[in-house]
Design a protein around this ligand. Structure first.
Ligand code: C5P
Length: 227
């Protein structure tokens, strides 16, 4: 069977990662969560105080990019790949609202994007990959055989993310989560470098009223039609 590249982009908290991960498992493909990579750089920014009054110190961060080594490693307990920053597992740390609140600012920086896009393209050279993010179909793999753009109503997305964070024990309100989801969409869609767009050749998947099972079924059908 031929191996293909699957690019899944879309708005924040649409269930992209969960669906992409499940799809990769079904197809026996590699799964890469590129949001985790931008989150890892953002965690580095917080750790090294490279942000002041909401403004990322772009020059200093650019000078430090060589010191940022991101990799994924399978976690046998969760059966997922955890993200590592300079050999430290930061999977839990990158999912906080503190990181979510700055990640779109970090992701606007072209030097950051260039570094991560190169790494992502290298991970996909042999195909057989499902990658999710914001610019996968438009920039990372413009020739992907399957491109999907996922979206859902903002309230639905915020509810899903809120439930996840509460389950983890985070102390947050629904309004904070909704504000973050909308603000990230706004910044991601309006930035100059690689804005979030639905490319002409991407199939739209609106998950507002779809169960996780139905989402996976649709994605798998689209994938199998192309394999
Ligand atoms: O996918 P996730 O919500 O974890 O992504 C976090 C943030 O990382 C996004 O809001 C966006 O600013 C940035 N991102 C990006 N390009 C990608 C993946 C994520 O700019 N390919």
């Amino acid at each position: 069977m031929k191996k293909i590249t699957i690019a899944i982009d879309g708005h924040s908290s649409t269930g992209k990662s969960t669906a992409a991960k499940q799809l990769a498992k079904k197809l026996n493909y590699i799964y890469v969560d590129t949001g985790a990579m931008y989150r890892a750089v953002s965690y580095f920014v917080l750790q090294n105080r490279l942000i002041e009054n909401g403004q990322v110190k772009e020059n200093e961060l650019t000078d430090h990019l060589e010191d940022i080594k991101i990799r994924f490693e399978n976690n046998p307990d969760s059966k997922n790949a955890d993200v590592y920053l300079n050999n430290v597992n930061i999977e839990k740390e990158i999912r906080t609202l503190e990181v979510s609140n700055i990640v779109s600012r970090v992701a606007e920086i072209s030097a950051v994007r260039k570094k991560l896009v190169q790494q992502q393209q290298a991970m996909g050279v042999e195909k057989g990959i499902v990658m999710d993010g914001r610019d996968i179909g438009s920039v990372v793999f413009p020739d992907a055989e399957l491109k999907v753009f996922m979206t859902a109503a903002p309230e639905v997305r915020a509810t899903r993310r809120y439930d996840e964070l509460i389950e983890r024990g985070d102390d947050i309100t629904f309004d904070e989560v909704l504000k973050n989801v909308l603000e990230r969409d706004r910044i991601d869609s309006s930035r100059e470098d690689s804005p979030l767009i639905q490319t002409e050749d991407a199939l739209l998947l609106d998950t507002s009223k779809m169960s996780r099972e139905a989402q996976l079924e649709q994605l798998e059908q689209w994938a199998r039609e192309r394999i």
